[in-house]
Design a protein around this ligand. Sequence first.
Ligand code: SAM
Ligand code: SF4
Length: 326
Amino acid sequence: MKDRFGREINYLRISLTDRCNLRCVYCMPMHGLTFVPNDELLSAAEIETVVRAAVEVGFRKVRLTGGEPTLRTDIVEIVERIAGVNGIEQIAMTTNGYRLPYIAHDLKKAGLTRVNIHVDSLNKETLGKIMRLGSLDKAWAGIEAAEAAGLTPIKLNAVITRGYNDDAAAELAELSLRRPWQIRFIELMPFGGPTEIQLHHYVSSDEVKSWIEQKLGPLFPINNGHLDGEARVYRLAGAEGTVGFISPVSNPYCDDCNRMRLTADGRLRMCLLVEGEINFQKTLRNGGSHTELVSLFEKAVLAKPVGHQLKNGQFAENRTMSQIGG
Ligand code: SAM
Ligand code: SF4
């Protein structure tokens, strides 16, 4: 289904939980957090019901995220249920990877297509500084488990945060020389009463790209400069993999946005960076029919805003990235 601005909306990102086993500096504080109570989270069956309705308005691709989606003990069942919905062509997951050594094969068998794994540095000390409870060994074991299970092509996500992991850009990009992975750099975004780090430690994609080129040589655009999802993609000379830049702040891709986000407590968010939401959980729990859910999706597609307004200083105040689903 197309929205009011002619964009085909076909990609649903589903947050499975707002909880996480890590506390990345730009995402979650170490203490004082409150989480959605378990009985407020959509169950595996409710998620399947929502996906069945989404397919009717043209959604074809699902991404599971969070918080940390692998913390859900019913994660394999969730994937299996979504994979069983006729019309779903791809199920991906964004994860810190720590639980993948235990579940990657089961996820693949259940129908998961591929994963994006989050690692902000290849240096243990730097990783500890930025991902706080993070461990390079665990992230690496997760990447290897994903590859062994065939959850490919692998994409790695990093957020370069000034003063925390500046050195990581070239180190991570270098991995693309010998691995068939896409190394992606996501610009730091402000959320939910933006934090000091989000406002003052932002580094633009252009700056990250220049740091990489200074160390590793030119990055050549591929795809004729077209977006791969939300990333602008490049390749270093002779590299097996690629380097992507996701630039929601410096170079927004709102004109090409094809996605919506379902929060872990069942609110459909039309834009990551704009506050409006539609309460699917309420309709589900009041015994709403399939037809009612389909019309909620239609209403949502028509209500999708043209884009975010960060350039005008407008931030979404009502939720953080981990609460919406990254
Ligand atoms: N826990 C999983 C992970 O870390 O990949 C999934 C959720 S996490 C919110 C998804 C992605 O969002 C991660 O790559 C993380 O670095 C990124 N992220 C978190 N907060 C962000 C922010 N304020 N701006 C930009 N990216 C952010
Ligand atoms: Fe957890 Fe992902 Fe947020 Fe890091 S970015 S604290 S791994 S949800």
